[in-house]
Write a protein that binds this ligand. Structure first.
Ligand SMILES: NC(=O)c1ccc[n+]([C@@H]2O[C@H](COP(=O)([O-])OP(=O)(O)OC[C@H]3O[C@@H](n4cnc5c(N)ncnc54)[C@H](O)[C@@H]3O)[C@@H](O)[C@H]2O)c1
Length: 384
């Protein structure tokens, strides 16, 4: 089987998320790193691209990469966009319209209108637009979803999701340019912490329960008062299948490291998973005893088995979760090329629709927060 060709925009030397994408895309030998415009500084992008052997497919800008790849007989099959948020819409739109499949970092866009446009373009061009809610790639998150889908814990009553860390808790650091822009509406948009981290937790709540958010009420606050945008949010929400949702996100929670986790409570049992201990899933059947489900155990769901590689007892972490998004995408691209159905256990990658629902939630949180917690519609106009 020949490898698919993979390209990347952003993710230059020293970037936060670039290395995790390169590890994830290369892990299973399905993609070959072929092209890139890796840095906002053209010369540095070309130089860094050469360190990966990209040759004359190390480009100085994404515009150059788009026009050059379009002219090739064997252009890249998938382009990952890992640039700052405000550039996602323009680059994603251009590559979809240019005939490329895209994996865009979150948040997919800066507005709901842009997100709706991306969904429409992806549909019209029949090009995949995936969004990197990469934590949904963890094996045991996929197993949770499978357990919920097959009814192991019954009808879902409550979901409680968190993404709370403490990395912007130092008030003395508030003016640091690397931190300050995140809380500045001119650069970050209508929301800071919820748009950056809360949407991961919200996506996970939807991914695991199979339900989408319909309305929400938000209490948002800038604990460090010079910040214009929130550094902490508590969001109550309701889902279309009847589940009640609670979500806490924070960047001032000193002592919390990554802080992503989810609990789901149904009529017949409860499940609990935390990203910092991703190889254990806690399952409590009603009236039974707590069970610890280990990643890599025999007879987990096909979705979990497909998403695990090393044997039980050895840790799997974030780049391997990203790798599962890439293996899903490789299968989706091959299915499209071969005009066949995709393997259902691979059909789990987050889509442009998820990116759109997140943007609608971001704006709903900002609106509700402004109105002191009034309940507001959280559905995108095109799905309401
Ligand atoms: N899914 C996740 O878990 C996760 C985690 C962290 C960051 N992110 C997202 O990834 C994106 C990047 O975040 P980061 O923390 O890596 O940022 P960063 O500032 O560390 O790196 C950004 C990189 O993009 C490059 N760049 C900027 N503009 C460019 C352009 N026009 N063309 C080519 N390259 C350009 C920069 O030179 C740099 O190398 C953000 O959207 C962020 O929200 C997602």
């Amino acid at each position: 089987m020949t490898k698919l060709k993979w390209g990347m925009i952003g993710g230059g030397a020293g970037s936060q998320i670039g290395p995790a994408h390169r590890l994830g895309a290369s892990l299973d030998g399905l993609f070959e790193f072929t092209a890139g415009a890796l840095d906002h500084r053209p010369e540095e992008g070309v130089r860094y691209g050469q360190t990966f052997g990209l040759g004359n497919r190390a480009y100085g800008s994404w515009q150059e990469m788009l026009s050059s790849e379009k002219a090739l007989a064997n252009p890249v099959d998938l382009v990952t966009i890992a640039t700052p948020n405000s550039t996602h819409f323009e680059i994603t739109k251009a590559f979809l319209e240019g005939g490329f499949h895209v994996l865009c970092e979150k948040p997919m866009t800066m507005t709901v209108e842009e997100a709706e446009e991306i969904v429409k373009i992806s549909d019209a061009t029949r090009k995949i637009c995936a969004v990197n809610y990469g934590y949904s790639g963890y094996s045991l998150v996929r197993h949770m979803r499978a357990m919920v889908t097959r009814g192991d814990i019954g009808k879902i009553r409550l979901v409680n999701a968190e993404f709370a860390h403490g990395h912007h808790a130092d008030a003395a650091d508030a003016d640091n340019p690397r931190v300050r822009w995140r809380y500045d509406p001119k650069q970050a948009g209508v929301s800071a912490q919820f748009a950056d981290c809360g949407i991961h937790a919200l996506h996970m709540a939807s991914f695991v329960t199979g339900q989408v958010v319909t309305k929400l009420s938000a209490d948002i606050v800038s604990c460090i008062s010079v910040r214009e945008l929130e550094d902490d949010a508590m969001v109550n929400f309701r889902m279309d299948g009847g589940a009640v949702g609670r979500l806490w996100t924070s960047s001032i929670a000193i002592g919390r490291q990554h802080g992503l986790g989810i609990q789901v409570f149904g009529e017949k049992g409860g499940l609990r998973w935390s990203q910092e201990q991703p190889n254990q899933l806690f399952y409590m059947p009603l009236g039974g005893r707590m069970q610890v489900i280990e990643r890599g155990e025999e007879n987990l769901s096909p979705e979990a088995d497909r998403a695990t590689r090393v044997t039980i007892g050895h840790s799997e972490g974030m780049p391997l979760a990203f790798a599962n998004i890439y293996t899903d995408l490789a299968e989706a691209i091959r299915a499209l090329k071969g005009q066949r159905d995709i393997d259902p256990s691979a059909n789990l990658y987050p889509r442009a629709e998820d990116g759109l629902r997140s943007m609608a939630a971001v704006f709903a949180v900002a609106e509700s927060g402004k109105q002191k917690g009034t309940w507001v519609d959280a559905r995108p106009p095109m799905f309401s």
